[in-house]
Design a protein around this ligand. Structure first.
Ligand code: AMP
Ligand code: GLY
Length: 426
């Protein structure tokens, strides 16, 4: 069977890598892919992004199933294009992907269906937004309504910062149309977790729990990024929290989408804020929905899959996720992102990468912003690699990942040295 994975990040490298271990998979195409998927045996990159061009490619190559990694092609309607031509694809339609592509849509949806989230209001008029901020006080959170590649959220600790964010987005158009409307919401406290499930429109299949590190620097300092590392399982998601997240967030979301006439298919990622306190009563609130797997959460999650991943996606597109199963490795998986010089502002590209080991037991180096130029691997994006290990304890897994990192070089490489710290304390 031939498969297509759409995307170019570490998430897509990890999905393609795990899918290739299925006995039934003969080849995985990755569009557009990266240096890692170009080098992977059994995979090849395809330089296509237009939904119809991808559909034509799938038909020409007789590809059985397509999995979509990132949000942009979903918001473009790639799933709608494929389905209209009876091609099998796992992901949400453009309408359902609004849960991620419009924060205002997601907030209104949550209020309508009584899904717990931060109190908010939406604005297009800067004066009204400034008045609301003054009335609410700081800290307060300003979010661009549309997709902004991880740059659309400002957690403002002061009124000044909040007003500046509004002026930049609504006044100066700093984020373009994505920031022409903003959601302003209450600042929540607690510990974040990534709660990711697969849906086929009615059945829900939860993946292993995970947690991401959004800030650039150790001890959660510095600017927000797309994610500097992740691990699975996440101890904060205890069995009680897991049950409650399913009942209070995931089930009402899937049922609510179906009731609204927009059945949800694909990955649903709820970013949760779990307050301190008793697991049975502490508030669990939704920070955001994504309509895709997380990056880098996917990398450790894929390391823990011990059974055939293809069959899960087949159940996903056939509406039989109630029969899906994954045998999870009980060990801890942990991925550390190596980012390029000047990430997240304006990452420098074109630095040569050396030292990636070809064999490292229970450790896989997933590529993200890498490309091959004249057979030399070089940086081509902000997040470059995700070094992902598996071991018995959080500490042993950390050591395994960081030992491999020591062998890898590129100029200006930045990485956190404390990925997994919360799990160590748990
Ligand atoms: P989002 O893209 O909505 O996940 O926001 C990115 C990051 O901003 C989240 O992972 C949180 O760390 C932070 N964040 C978003 N919304 C809030 C909120 N209401 N309160 C506190 N932090 C938030
Ligand atoms: N790691 C966060 C995200 O994928 O949105």
């Amino acid at each position: 069977m031939k498969l297509l994975v759409i995307g170019s990040g570490g998430r897509e490298h990890a999905l393609a890598w795990r899918l290739l271990q299925s006995k039934r998979v003969e080849h995985v195409y990755v569009a557009p892919g990266n240096g890692g998927t170009a080098l992977m045996k059994g995979a090849s990159n395809v330089a296509l992004s237009d939904p119809q061009a991808l559909a034509d490619f799938v038909r020409a190559q007789d590809i059985a199933l397509t999995v979509v990694g990132p949000e942009a092609p979903l918001a473009q309607g790639v799933v709608d294009t494929f389905r209209a031509q009876a091609l099998k694809i796992f992901g949400p339609t453009r309408a359902a992907a609004q849960l991620e592509s419009s924060k205002d849509f997601a907030k209104a949806f949550m209020v309508r269906h009584h899904i717990p989230t931060a109190a908010y209001q939406t604005f297009t008029d800067p004066l009204a937004a400034h008045d609301y901020i003054n009335a609410q006080g700081a800290p307060i959170v300003i979010k661009a309504d549309g997709l902004a590649a991880g740059k659309g959220v400002v957690v403002a600790m002061s009124l000044n910062e909040a007003h500046e964010a509004v002026d930049a987005m609504l006044g100066d158009g700093s984020l373009g149309p994505a920031g022409a409307r903003v959601v302003i919401e209450e600042c929540l406290l607690g510990e974040e977790a990534s709660f990711i499930v697969l849906c086929d429109g009615k059945n829900i299949f939860p993946l292993a729990t995970s947690q991401d590190h959004k800030r650039l620097k150790d001890a959660d300092q510095g600017p927000n990024t797309g994610g500097m590392g992740a691990y699975s399982p996440a101890p904060v998601v205890t069995p009680i929290i897991f049950e409650r997240a399913m009942k209070e967030v995931i089930e009402p979301t899937i049922h609510g989408m179906a009731a609204d006439g927009i059945p949800f298919t694909g990955f649903l990622y709820a970013g949760l804020m779990i307050s301190q306190g008793d697991d049975a009563t502490c508030p669990i609130k939704v920070l955001e929905f994504n309509c895709r797997m997380g990056d880098p959460e996917t990398q450790p999650i894929m390391m823990r899959v011990r059974s055939d991943l293809l069959s899960v996606f087949e159940h996903g597109v056939n509406g039989t996720l109630d029969q899906a199963q994954i045998d999870w490795d009980p060990r801890t998986a942990l991925g550390v992102v190596m980012a390029s010089h000047n990430y997240p502002d304006t990452p420098r590209l074109g630095d040569a990468i050396t030292g990636i080991p070809t064999e490292a037991p229970d450790c896989v180096v997933f590529h993200a912003g890498t490309s091959l130029k004249d057979h030399v691997l070089q940086t081509s994006g902000g997040r470059v690699l995700c070094v992902t290990a598996l071991d018995e304890s959080v500490r042993a897994t950390q050591k395994r990942a960081y030992d491999t990192i020591q062998k890898i070089q590129f100029d200006g490489a930045q990485y956190r040295t404390d990925i997994g710290w919360r799990a160590l304390e748990a």
